[in-house]
Design a protein around this ligand. Structure first.
Ligand code: ARG
Length: 607
């Protein structure tokens, strides 16, 4: 995992360090590496944070927990951070931060990098993301590999790592050649090809190219008669012909036949132009520059397999070339008995390129959880044959499925995959309705822009706010709601602050040096929420879970809402309080914008 840099504005981290020191001072080696167990207070009445370390330590040392808590408090050197700590219940230690400490930490946060420190151990990271398939429309499943991969890349970059995004396009193999030869057969002018035509051709070609051997067998087994037999035989013959043609197209492609290569490139272009439009709408940093499709490795497969065979690292079994992985029943197959290579072979060659030529020391794959076994075998095989060594970390970030209301993977009514564009269009059109109702004064143009940001932001946020590995149910109404843990709620918090600034006719620069006054509990709570930012960024990187960042943004927005409700800003009692609150608003808005930016969600100034 990426080594976290200790966020030094997070009060929990500071308390953890002080309590650790006290534990060592009080109990020495006997305490071992006992954790300080600092957590936000369950009940804010008792303070801001609590330490739960006394209970497990008591067990370890065979003493009453309240005594342990007492010794810890006795050895604490903490007067600069908190009021006198109190002991409660079985041995909880409660801390209330001094207001002066909170303001000091806020000032440390209030810099251009918002308290985020660059790592002192920068890595070169490959982020395998999006990884769409040529000739296929992007469907709803692709949103996850695209937006999760993009936001994780943003976060790692922010921490000072170098991220190389790789779009591992499915751009090679028989199905694509089937599509190509079908288009040739139909005399389609490839220069006028669009995505709709291309994906239709793909669907037809791949279904025409599936020989129904089982059906034919059944005809024989159940003696279904000559007519049925003839029909099925014709299907099988036709399908075999489609495959044979595709294979000959593949051969031409492999041997570099100029016309075939040109046509194949057109299929890629048509697909990627369409994907590019979607990437732009999704506001992700994925461009053609990040294309590194399966075809990239096509000439590396045979030599790689031969090399592994020669070195005795792979073996032949029933004509296939395989690698056995300890404790796994299935072998990792590198070459089929018919000589064909597989998805896995390409991935192994890609790893070699990524650690060799790209010199990366961490490989992250944001790919559907259903490919878990593939990646487990792949990583183990790559280690076993020495393509990667101990210094390289490989991580599969397996994401769950997007489910429809009935709990099965989201499909259209007729059972087909939902095209991503259709989904985005619908989100935007629903957002336009909501926005028109909320703010009828917006011009058409503005409403369109706002709806686009709100609709897309809502979909992305709903996706990123989940534990990555879990399936989730896709519900437009919930994700577009202006209340609750949603994209629109966060955008609204941001917009509200912009409108305060417009009303007051001020900008950030007007109160950067305002003294921070945190007398109201809502001001303290807002400060505490803000100070979580660097930690949230770090844990997003360490766990590769964007929802940590979402949780931060949501808790900041709710803290802001309650601040806004209780603490008048422009009508504050004194000018000093007004300036302090404007500064709090400003810092909140910068943090929200920054967090949303890392998530890849566009902010807007009005809605
Ligand atoms: N194109 C593949 C699919 O749609 C995903 C590729 C993921 N990346 C990889 N290096 N295998 O299933």
């Amino acid at each position: 995992m990426i080594r976290p840099v200790m966020a030094s504005v997070d009060p929990a981290n500071l308390l953890r360090q002080r309590v650790r020191d006290a534990i060592v001072a009080a109990f020495g080696d006997a305490a071992g590496d006992a954790d300080a167990l600092i957590a936000p207070s369950r009940n804010p009445q008792f303070g801001d944070f609590q330490c739960n370390a006394a209970m497990p330590l008591a067990k370890k040392l065979g003493k009453p927990p309240r005594d342990i808590a007492g010794s810890i408090v006795e050895h604490l050197d903490i007067t600069d951070l908190t009021d006198e700590p109190t002991i409660a219940g079985p041995g909880f230690i409660n801390f209330t931060l001094k207001t002066m400490c909170l303001t000091k930490l806020l000032c440390r946060l209030d810099t251009s990098d918002l308290g985020i420190e660059k790592t002192d151990a920068p890595r070169r990271v490959v982020m395998d993301l999006s990884s769409v398939n040529v000739a296929k429309q992007m469907h709803v499943g692709h949103i996850r590999s695209t937006v999760i991969g993009d936001s994780l890349s943003n976060v790692l970059e922010r921490l000072g790592h170098t991220v190389i995004r790789q779009n591992h396009l499915g751009d090679w193999g028989v199905p694509i050649c089937m599509t190509l030869s079908a288009l040739h057969d139909a005399n389609v002018d490839l220069d006028s090809l669009d995505m709709e035509m291309l994906s239709d051709a793909y669907r037809r070609a791949t279904s025409d190219g599936k020989p129904d051997y089982k059906g034919l067998q059944a005809v024989h087994d159940f003696e279904l008669g000559p007519k049925t037999e003839a029909e099925l035989q014709a299907q099988v013959d036709g399908a075999e012909q489609v495959i044979a043609k595709a294979k000959s197209a593949l051969l031409k492609l492999q041997t570099g036949d100029a016309q075939t290569v040109r046509d194949w490139r057109k299929l890629i272009d048509v697909t990627m132009v369409e994907c590019g439009r979607i990437y732009e709408r999704l506001h992700v940093n994925i461009t053609r520059e990040h294309d590194a499709g399966e075809s990239t490795y096509r000439d590396k497969l045979a030599p790689l397999v031969d090399r592994l065979l020669d070195a005795g690292l792979a073996q032949v079994s029933q004509g296939a070339v395989i690698i056995w992985i300890d404790d796994v029943e299935e072998p990792f197959i590198l070459r089929k008995s018919d000589g064909g290579f597989l998805y896995a072979t390409t991935d192994l060659a890609a790893i070699e390129y990524r650690v060799g030529e790209l010199a990366c020391d961490q490989l992250i794959y944001v790919v559907d959880a259903r490919q878990r076994l593939h990646f487990r075998l792949l990583f183990a095989a790559a280690r076993k044959v020495g393509i990667i060594g101990d210094a390289v970390e490989t991580v599969h970030v397996p994401f769950g499925s997007i489910l429809g209301p009935d709990g099965t993977p989201l499909k259209t009514r007729s059972g087909e995959n939902i095209r991503l564009t259709d989904l985005l269009d619908e989100a935007v059109s629903r957002a336009a309705d909501v926005v028109a109702r909320k703010n009828p004064d917006l011009s058409d143009d503005e409403r369109r822009q706002v709806a686009e940001a709100v609709g897309i932001g809502a979909i992305k946020y709903a996706d990123l706010a989940q534990d990555v590995a879990k399936d989730y149910v896709f519900t437009f109404d919930r994700m577009l709601a202006f209340e609750g843990d949603t994209g629109p709620y966060l955008l609204n918090a941001y917009v509200r602050i912009q409108s305060i600034f417009r009303k007051a006719d001020v900008t950030s620069a007007d109160f950067t040096d305002a003294e921070l006054l945190l007398d109201q509990p809502q001001e303290r709570a807002l400060a505490l929420a803000m100070l979580q930012y660097p930690s949230a960024v770090e844990s997003t990187a360490a766990k590769l879970q964007p929802h940590h960042l979402c949780q931060f943004a949501y808790s900041l927005a709710t803290a802001f809402a309650s601040f806004y409700e209780h603490c008048p800003v422009l009508r504050a009692e004194t000018d000093d309080i007004k300036r302090s609150r404007l500064r709090l608003c400003d810092l909140t808005s910068r943090l929200l914008a920054d967090a949303l930016g890392l998530l890849g969600i566009r902010t807007i100034d009005r809605m």
